[in-house]
Design a binder for this molecule. Structure first.
Ligand code: AN0
Ligand code: CP
Length: 316
């Protein structure tokens, strides 16, 4: 593995999950691998889990992590080619990425979409330019359109909790006051389908995700019908892809509550976090035995560690 920015960078998902679970059992098993190596962990946007779990993962592998909050501490970056840089952007990604490439052995970067221009966001320009100019392996810590470390952690968690080989997995939209990226949902769909699971996606009309990620999933506009017999309810808000970046609907009846969970096959409740209580999901569901959100967050360590380990093995 050279870079990790989508499921396409993974040859064998099942094997990668197995590697992650082995690391979870013995977190320092490959502490020697990263000795003397530095990992840059760069944020253009806020984070709790990704920032902390990636540092723990790098440390478990013997690496020295260096974190930078670019949005508050870095120069504003220009990503466009051939522009006259006489505005408020002080540095071009060409130099910034190349410089970071000389400081780090591996780097991760988080960059959210602008949610204004669909074509620009869906070109995933920021992570692609970092990849192009850094000259070192690059890991997505959530790009404009994908969050692969989250999806791998989600699949690790599903593997740990499933009671049948092919559980019914449902991705449900839920309301949120602000426009959020489609990245977590795109990636979840992409990974679940690539892993060979059946996936049902439920959302109000107008919230269809890009077919690039959901091809092969069942779309069910009736949320209650979608929940029937489900083994896993994965909840996430996203803004409209069609009406790009818009909040078309914040209908509170789409909130996940105990009555809806009763329609399922005693399903586990999943969310990538951060989650707004009593907006996305009611307290009683989030605080119930069915909720495995903390397990998902814990598995972010082993998702990152499995990926960084593969990169260290293949490139050094
Ligand atoms: C971000 C999102 O929806 O992509 C990050 C989730 C991991 N969530 C928020 O901004 C609330
Ligand atoms: N799930 C996740 O990526 O959380 P953070 O945004 O806090 O990193």
């Amino acid at each position: 593995m050279r870079h990790f920015t989508s499921v396409e960078d993974v040859n064998d998902i099942e094997k990668l999950i197995e590697i992650a679970l082995n690391l979870k059992a013995v977190p320092k098993a490959s502490e020697h691998l990263g000795k003397g190596k530095t990992m840059g962990i760069i944020f253009l946007n806020p984070s709790l889990r990704t920032r902390l779990s990636t540092q723990v993962a790098a440390q478990n592998l013997g690496m020295s992590p260096i974190v930078m909050n670019f949005s508050s501490d870095g120069w504003q970056l220009e990503f466009a080619d051939g522009v006259v840089m006489d505005g408020n952007k002080a540095e071009h990604v060409k130099e910034a990425a190349a410089v970071m490439g000389t400081y780090f052995d591996v780097m991760g970067i988080r960059s959210f979409p602008g949610l204004k221009d669909k074509d620009e966001d869906y070109q995933d320009n920021v992570i692609n330019q970092i990849k192009k100019y850094a000259g070192i392996p690059v890991i997505s810590l959530e790009s404009a359109i994908r969050h692969p470390l989250q999806s791998l952690a989600d699949l690790i968690t599903i593997t740990e909790h499933k009671k049948v080989a092919k559980p019914k997995i449902v991705l449900s939209w839920a309301p949120h006051p602000r426009a959020l990226p489609q990245a977590v949902s795109n990636s979840f769909a992409e990974w679940v389908l690539a892993a060979g699971y059946d996936l049902t996606i439920t959302h109000p009309e107008g919230y269809e995700l890009s077919e690039q990620f959901t091809k092969g999933a069942t779309i069910e506009y009736d949320q209650k019908k979608a929940f029937e017999g489900a083994d896993f309810i994965y909840t996430k808000n996203w803004s409209s892809f069609k009406d790009y970046g818009q909040v078309l609907n914040s209908d509170p009846s789409w909130q996940i509550d105990a009555a809806k969970m009763k329609l399922t096959n005693d399903a586990k409740f999943m969310h990538c976090l951060p989650v707004r209580r009593n907006v996305i999901v009611s307290d009683d569901v989030l605080d119930s035995e069915s909720s495995i959100v903390i397990k998902q967050a814990e598995n972010r360590i082993y998702s990152a560690q499995a990926v960084i380990e593969q990169i260290l093995k293949a490139n050094f």
